[in-house]
Design a protein. Structure first.
Lengths: 273, 305
């Protein structure tokens, strides 16, 4: 890990001098910055730009690394901090709460969260509250509660916040939501890297990866790219078949079931002879 | 060995699934129940999304029932005529059950209904069977014959009588059709084959001999669950074929072993074991409803209302 980072460090340093960042690192995402001529820009690399979900897929680790490109010397003042977020596709989620009615626990109140990412990881170079102002969090939607969009709870529910808290608690419990404070290593205010662990239970889609540079709690530069998470091979084929030719898929399932049932019966009657 | 399921979108241990399939398969072969009432809750427990668990379980039941019924065909313990009558009722019931299910889903209380139906039905059936089998065993021990079941009751006064030669019965078709419908409705709501309800109903309501009950019930279950599988595959896209294959490989082997164990055991012992099993599952589900859950909140898919 350390060794490979040294090599990356060397490659980044070399490419920065030559000004040929993308040629030196084939897997590197485009380092184009969307702000107008900022003092500091992000040059980013990913250990993999896509995650293939195969039959034996058991989670994956993505190494996000990069460098800060600047024309002038390192600015005075508060040090550079880095925040990296990875977000899976967002979907509405229904959160239900149980209450005791007539002696048994039943679902009573429910709140629909309009959009919640299926996966969300925040890695930072220092405790999040120290390096990001609240107003910046609101603007860029960085922390987990901000990444979830919840518009309105029904009038009958006064404590709608406890429903979003429950959503975060449940998803954090299965590692779908992660906060890794001090998970980003920053060297010389120039190079940074972080490893993001993707769990096995992944949903397909584009995983938006954002990198924010902050100084004194203000975002000074940001960059975003996406990681393509896709099922491949047999997984892809079965998934597509089940959606596009549901009838054939269903009949195939039944045929396999009947063949297996018949096969076992035949094998066992042979064994008994 | 971890394996990623394409439809369920979770990664699980393949050997765990094979083992679960095998265990439930043995019970299925012994008692002529599809095993869904055990397997479906077990699948929830290992983290398979409920919708996928219910739909895939239907497909797996087709396999284990088919394997089981072949063994019964060889021993000529399937009453095809009775099976067909039950099946007609079962298909009507399944269609009705899906309608009821969708209505309750819109009301947001489908989970509670499923659990309550499990507790109520498993409780009543388990208790009845347990008491009855105990009495029968006690009579046998005293040296007398096993109590002869009542041969004539109100069922024999109904019209549309039909002769069921294999079962040795001459009764009206109305009770079997009603049993079929009831089982079909429950099967669709609870996501199971319904054998655990049908087997006792056939013994106690229709008065069928225990030996033909199991094969006949398996015969009916194959068609009802095949119908349910197709409904789920074409409307909800929730049948996970990889999960089904793993479960049924264990399941069909288990069912073969179970059928052979079942032949060697006495009918009364078989019934008392099934009764205990049913009561056990019922007790577990009842506790879940009565005790305060560790997590009061649950997550579901939004945007579908």
């Amino acid at each position: 890990m350390r060794g490979s980072f040294r090599r990356i460090l060397g490659a980044v340093a070399l490419s920065l001098t030559l000004g040929l960042a993308s040629a030196a690192l084939p897997q590197e995402a485009d380092g184009v910055e969307d702000q107008a001529a900022p003092a500091e820009q992000i040059v980013l690399g990913l250990s993999q730009a896509e995650v293939a979900i195969t039959t034996n897929f058991n989670g994956s680790e993505i190494l996000v690394y990069g460098a800060v490109k600047r024309e002038q010397a390192i600015p005075e003042g508060p040090p550079l901090e880095v925040i990296i977020t990875v977000a899976g596709p967002s979907r509405p989620v229904m959160v239900r709460r149980k209450e005791r009615r007539f002696g048994i626990w039943v679902n009573t109140d429910a709140v629909e969260v309009d959009q919640a990412p299926s996966f969300y990881a925040v890695a930072t170079s220092a405790p999040l509250n120290d390096i990001l102002k609240r107003i910046e969090d609101l603007r860029y939607k960085i922390s987990i509660p901000r990444a979830i969009r919840s518009v309105g709870a029904p009038m009958t529910i006064s404590d709608s916040a406890s429903f979003t808290d429950a959503l975060i608690r449940i998803r954090s419990g299965s590692n779908l939501y992660q906060v890794v404070e001090n998970g980003v290593v920053v060297d010389e205010q120039t190079l940074f890297r972080a490893a993001i662990r993707l769990p096995a239970a992944l949903t397909e889609g584009d995983y938006v990866t954002r990198i924010f540079l902050t100084r004194g709690g203000e975002v000074v530069a940001q960059h975003s790219t996406s990681i393509d998470v896709r099922k491949v091979g047999l997984e892809r084929w079965l998934f597509t078949l089940s959606r596009e030719n549901a009838l054939i898929y269903g009949l195939m399932s039944l045929a396999i079931a009947i063949a297996a049932g018949w096969g076992a019966s035949a094998v066992f009657s042979l064994l008994r002879r | 060995m971890q394996i990623y399921l394409p439809i369920a979108e979770v990664s699980v241990n393949a050997f765990l699934l094979l083992g679960l399939g095998g265990m439930v398969g043995v019970l299925s072969g012994m008692f002529g129940v599809g095993g869904g009432f055990l397997m479906t809750p077990l699948l929830f427990f290992i983290g398979i999304p409920p919708a996928v668990a219910v739909a895939t379980e239907a497909n797996q039941i087709v396999a284990s029932s088919f394997s089981g019924v072949l063994a019964h065909f060889k021993r000529k313990t399937v009453d095809l005529r009775m099976g067909t009558v039950l099946l007609i009722g079962g298909l009507i019931g399944a269609a009705l059950g899906v309608a009821v299910f969708n209505y309750l889903k819109a009301q947001g209380q489908v989970d509670l209904l499923v659990k309550l139906s499990y507790v109520v039905f498993l409780g009543i059936i388990g208790a009845l069977m347990f008491v009855e089998s105990l009495n029968a065993i006690r009579k046998t021990r005293k040296g007398g014959r096993a109590g002869k079941r009542k041969k004539h009751n109100w069922i024999h006064g109904l019209p549309f009588k039909m002769r069921f030669r294999v079962s040795g019965l001459y009764i009206s078709v109305i009770p079997p059709v009603l049993v079929g419908i009831t089982v079909g409705i429950l099967a669709a709501i609870m996501g199971v084959g319904g054998g655990f309800i049908m087997v006792p109903a056939m013994i106690y309501l229709l008065g069928m001999p225990t030996k033909v009950v199991v094969g006949t019930s398996l015969f009916q279950i194959i068609f009802v669950t095949a119908f349910t599988t197709m409904l789920h595959a074409t409307t909800n896209y929730t049948v996970d074929i990889v999960l089904a294959v793993l479960l049924l490989v264990g399941g069909v082997i288990g069912a073969q072993i179970g059928t052979r164990i079942g032949v060697k055991m006495q009918a009364e012992q078989l019934r008392i074991l099934l009764a205990l099993l049913v009561l056990g599952v019922c007790g577990k589900l009842a506790l879940d409803l009565l005790l305060q859950p560790a997590e009061l909140y649950t997550l579901g898919t939004g945007g579908d209302h």
